[in-house]
Design a protein around this ligand. Structure first.
Ligand SMILES: Nc1ncnc2c1ncn2[C@@H]1O[C@H](COP(=O)(O)OP(=O)(O)OP(=O)(O)O)[C@@H](O)[C@H]1O
Ligand SMILES: [Mg+2]
Length: 340
């Protein structure tokens, strides 16, 4: 992009400068929106603000997120509150073993008055779709979401329809329930921009939860609307990424392919997702350029879930996050070393 050329040479040299296509107003509007949304979600979801910001960065990067955690850790609460605060049309699909693909996409029904079949749109025709306990339905039903997630369209009995914009799937899964679950196929896993792991709250958070829920909570307010989200998505594309950071990002991805613990490393889609998410995260913090810390903080959520380990590594208790951490420790950030 010619507009960026002047800033390519020194990595983080764009610090303090305005991107030619991003004005101060854009940056202020983005960070205000991000902060306000995090504050609104925090009224109901008690946990790290970074979790909410990750969901918003994924939405701004046109991505989908897999949310994993034990029962009762607020997966559904976080997602429903986030969708309400983002002001997006929300739907929820409870995945069960007997769920059919058409229960997600929709089906044609006979309209006697018009003497024709019409598509009765399924719950996938929403802006934020909660696919709750996605690993409780068999692969055939899970794959009904595949086309939707990648193509932003669905085909029902030969009839292809576009999905609304923005469009995001937030799927939850429970890591400990093995019985009666169907692990997501690799192809499906790779379509999630990020995986968010929800852990136990701290004692202080748990205390705050008891206090908060001890009295009625006001309904979540929409702090923006779908047009604001679309604006955020377009604006994020203008955030500057230096050549050095692109190289760093790709080296992190390549590390996942060359590690001795790995059977199958990250796809090229993973690298693109890391780039898009880093831009979105930078924008939400009011920056017109990506910093190494943006990439670093997103590397595990964006890359780890896609890595398939060799059996020996699994037996040793190594997981995808370990492999990415190893990359973060060993791959040099050129922009940093040059400046330092
Ligand atoms: N960190 C938290 N912040 C706010 N509420 C919480 C938190 N953790 C648990 N809760 C409360 O616990 C209850 C269960 O939360 P929720 O249904 O969101 O969990 P879940 O992870 O979706 O569980 P499941 O796997 O059983 O569906 C809710 O009433 C929720 O308000
Ligand atoms: Mg739930």
């Amino acid at each position: 992009m010619p507009a960026e050329r002047g800033m390519e040479s020194t990595g983080t040299s764009s610090q303090g400068q305005q991107s030619p296509s991003l004005g101060r107003d854009d940056l202020e509007r983005s960070s205000r929106l991000g902060d306000a949304l995090c504050r609104e979600v925090a009224k109901r979801y008690i946990g790290p603000t970074d979790n909410t910001r990750l969901l918003l960065a994924a939405l701004a990067a046109r991505g989908h997120v897999l949310v994993e955690g034990i029962p009762g850790i607020a997966k559904t609460t976080l997602i429903k509150t986030f969708a309400a605060a983002a002001g997006c049309r929300f739907s929820r699909v409870q995945f069960t073993p007997d769920l059919l693909p058409t229960d997600i996409t929709g089906t044609h029904v006979w309209n006697a008055a018009k003497n024709q079949f019409e598509l009765h749109e399924g719950p996938v025709f929403a802006q934020i779709v909660l696919a709750d306990e996605i690993n409780r339905a068999p692969a055939k039903t899970q794959s009904a979401l595949l086309e939707a997630m990648q193509e932003q369209q669905v085909t029902v009995e030969g009839d292809t329809r576009p999905l609304p914009s923005p469009f995001m799937v937030l799927a939850t899964q429970n890591p400990i329930e093995q019985e009666g679950t169907y692990p997501l196929p690799e192809a499906q896993i790779d379509r999630f921009l990020a995986k968010l792991l929800l852990g136990y709250p701290t004692p202080q958070e748990e205390e705050r939860m008891i206090t908060t829920y001890g009295s009625p909570i006001a309904p979540t307010e929409a702090i923006c609307n779908p047009d604001d989200i679309i604006w955020l998505q377009r604006t994020a594309e203008k955030v500057h990424v230096s050549d050095e950071l692109r190289t760093y990002l790709l080296s992190l991805v390549q590390h996942t392919r060359s590690s001795r613990h790995v059977y199958l490393g990250c796809s090229p889609r993973a690298g693109l997702n890391l780039l898009f998410a880093s831009r979105a995260l930078a924008l939400l913090q009011g920056r017109d350029h990506v910093l190494p810390d943006d990439v670093k903080s997103l590397a595990i959520p964006v890359l780890a879930h896609r890595i398939i380990l060799v059996p020996e590594a699994e037996l040793e208790g190594i997981n995808g996050a370990h492999v990415v951490s190893e990359g973060l420790q060993t791959v040099p950030v050129f922009a940093r070393t040059r400046r330092g």
